[in-house]
Structure formats: C-alpha cells, structure tokens
Design a protein around this ligand. Structure first.
Ligand SMILES: *Cc1c(COP(=O)(O)O)cnc(C)c1O
Length: 375
C-alpha cells in the first residue's frame, strides 16, 4: 500500500500504485556548506537515493504513474523530455523492471556529460529513443509512433506527460511532504522555513507545496525555475496544485481543500541563464561548493541552479531560519551499467552528443565519467 493511504484510507483502493523506491529518503545536515555560507540550520533531503538502481525525484511520481499503467494493462509507455532527460531514463529503468517497454520522444538540448550518460543508460534499459528537432516534429512523430506501436501491439502505448507531472504523479510529492513532516516530528531536522527545489515541469514543487499545507507545515517552497517563464511560472504551478488537490479530494473527501492562491507560490526565474540546460556561472559555483564542502555531486541543468538560488538568498538575507535543499538528482553510479554500451548502437541522430564537445565545465562530470569525455 502507498504511504499516503495510511493517512487517507479512502485512497487505498482508488489510487493506482506500485512500490519502486526506498523511502523515507534520508535527511542530512550540510554542516560544512552551512559554515561556508554562514548559516546555522542547513539540511538536505536525499531524494538522490530514492531508488537502488536509479534515484532522483522521478521515482516518487513513477510509483503512481507506472502503477496506473500497470493497472490498465499497458505493455508500453511513451513519454517526453529533452535528450538528457532524467525523467525519460527513470521511466525506462522502472518500466523495464515492471515488464513494460518504454519509448522516449526527445528534443535537442545543450550537450553535457550527464546527457551522454543518460542516453547510454536509456539504451541499456532497452528504451526506444527518438530525437525530434522541434516541438512540432515531436508532436507529429508521437502520433506516428502511437499508430505504429498500436498496430504492432494491438494497443496504444500509455502516455506519460513530461516529468511525470500529471496530478497522479504529483501525489508522489504530496506524500513526500508528509514524509518530511514525520522526520521533523522525529527530531531529524527543525521545521524548515524554506525549501529550495529545482522546478522544470513543476510537479515536484507543486506536490510539496500542497503536501506541506495539508500536513500542517508552514515551510515555504522556493521553486527555482530551470526553464523560461513561458513554461515555469506561478500560474501554471497553481493549476497543478489545484488539479492535484481536486483529484485527492475526489478520491478521499477527508483530504483538505487547501485554497492556494498565486501569492502562496514562489517561483524564482533568476537562475535559468540563457535557456534550459545551459550552464550558468552561479550554477557552476554552487556545484563546486557542494562538491568541495560536502562531497555531493550535482549537475548544471537542475540542482546546480536550485542551489545557486539558495546560495544567493542566504548571501543576501543572512542567517534567517532553517533551510532545506531538496536534492532531486540521481546519485547512483551508472558507470558499470553503461560500460559496455557503444553510442554507435543508438539511433544515428544521437551520435552528435558523443562526437561534439560538451559545454565548458558542466559540473556533471565525475572521475568514473572519464570514458564519457573522450572525443
Ligand atoms: C526532472 C527534474 C527536476 C524537476 O522536477 P519537476 O517536477 O519537473 O519540476 C529537478 N531536478 C532533477 C534532477 C530532475 O531530473
């Protein structure tokens, strides 16, 4: 049974769910980083450890989203992202574990070490990969693949939205807020005043904001945007919160109606840089701080930018209460799983990512990645 059903028993039969991850994820004090920044209460939520083979924030959403696919008897799932998508990779890993094939419809993004790593790992997980040069082409290619797979399998692949951020997937982060509350109650950390988290499709930040309110915590979610305001903004996040709240309430009337307004939502678009996936100097600095002081590896597309927002705020505002950095990036080592994968076995359109340079210091490198750097 999923953990949120213990609190709202009405959800136990109605919510599709499959256990994939290892929860609760640990909370840890970031002692040296706190000292470096001159703050007293700085913690991290280790969602990077959410899964044994592949962690990160997508696992919580996939427990519900893939649970739904299973319940419907899907044999294949089709989802969307940019070339290095952690979401598409997580979907590939966990769909395969559940005996389903995955199809990833991908769009170009700036090159990075983690992009190469994720592409190789997706291939190792038997994901079918398609690179589409524009959103228009992606839509056309998706219709075509749906038809093709529908004919081959006798049924259509189950569609999973970008980032797994359907109201159903977002429930994973409502649950995460209750998990955090339990850790606060157990004395593992003080009630955070602010929680910093990267926001792409905003499902993570939306679920947390809703869950914190429902759990009676007053922590404020600081959603650090990783894409421009056309995609990441308070209004869109509000819509996600309301739709998720409506879904939960319709499944269990004892779930509170949380009454969010745009004022309750804090989206910071000051750290995106030129575009999604482009590294920024603030992000590179934040990644280096975390690595040097805490030995924790982040990347430049999401977590580096989220931490840059945190670092900026504490430098401006000083030591103002307890701060939690929600680590959304996988930290499981993929190097042995991809060691024998040759990029030339991927569809031709992806070869450029292995033959062209990566962005300067993209912060996504590790020693074990040296093989990914050769070119
Ligand atoms: C997908 C992702 C995010 C963003 O989560 P959303 O729910 O899409 O906002 C943040 N960090 C990492 C590492 C991710 O892969």
């Amino acid at each position: 049974m999923n953990r949120i059903s213990y609190l709202y028993p009405g959800l136990s039969n109605s919510l599709p769910y499959v256990s994939l991850g290892a929860f609760p994820t640990p909370v840890q004090r970031l002692e040296r980083l706190a000292e470096g920044l001159g703050v007293s209460h700085l913690f991290t939520k280790r969602d990077d450890l959410s899964g044994a083979t592949y962690g990160g924030n997508k696992v919580r959403k996939l427990e519900f989203v893939l649970g739904d696919a299973l319940r419907q008897g899907a044999k294949e799932v089709l989802t969307f992202g940019f070339a290095g998508s952690n979401h598409c990779l997580a979907t590939a890993v966990y769909a395969k574990r559940l005996g389903m094939r995955s199809i990833s419809m991908l769009m170009p993004q700036p090159n990075a070490v983690y992009v190469r790593r994720n592409l190789l790992m997706s291939h190792a997980q038997d994901a079918e990969l398609h690179l589409c040069a524009s959103l228009r082409l992606l839509k056309l290619a998706t219709v075509w693949q749906m038809v093709l797979h529908g004919i081959r399998q006798g049924r259509l692949p189950k569609l999973i939205p970008p980032g797994g951020s359907s109201p159903l997937g977002i429930i994973g982060f409502v649950e995460a807020a209750f998990e955090l509350k339990e850790q606060v109650v157990n004395g593992e950390l003080p009630e955070p005043d602010r929680i910093y988290v990267a926001a792409g499709t905003m499902g993570t930040a939306a679920g947390l904001a809703l869950g914190l309110r429902a759990a009676g915590l007053r922590s404020r979610v600081e959603a650090i945007a990783v894409a421009d305001t056309r995609f990441v903004n308070a209004r869109a996040m509000l819509t996600l919160i309301r739709r998720t709240n409506d879904l939960l309430k319709s499944l269990d009337p004892s779930f509170p109606q949380c009454g969010f307004t745009e004022k309750d939502i804090h989206v910071n678009d000051g750290f995106v840089g030129s575009k999604y996936g482009a590294i920024t100097p603030e992000g590179v600095e934040a990644i280096a701080l975390m690595e040097q002081l805490e030995g924790v590896k982040l990347e430049g597309t999401y977590t580096g930018k989220a931490l840059a927002g945190l670092v900026h705020d504490v430098r401006q505002q000083g030591d103002t209460g307890a701060i939690l950095f929600w680590n959304t990036y996988n930290s499981r080592d993929l190097s042995s799983a991809i060691a024998s994968v040759d990029y030339r076995d991927l569809p031709r359109s992806f070869h450029n990512y292995f033959e062209e340079d990566i962005q300067g210091s993209d912060g996504g490198s590790t020693e074990s990645d040296s093989s990914l750097r050769q070119d």
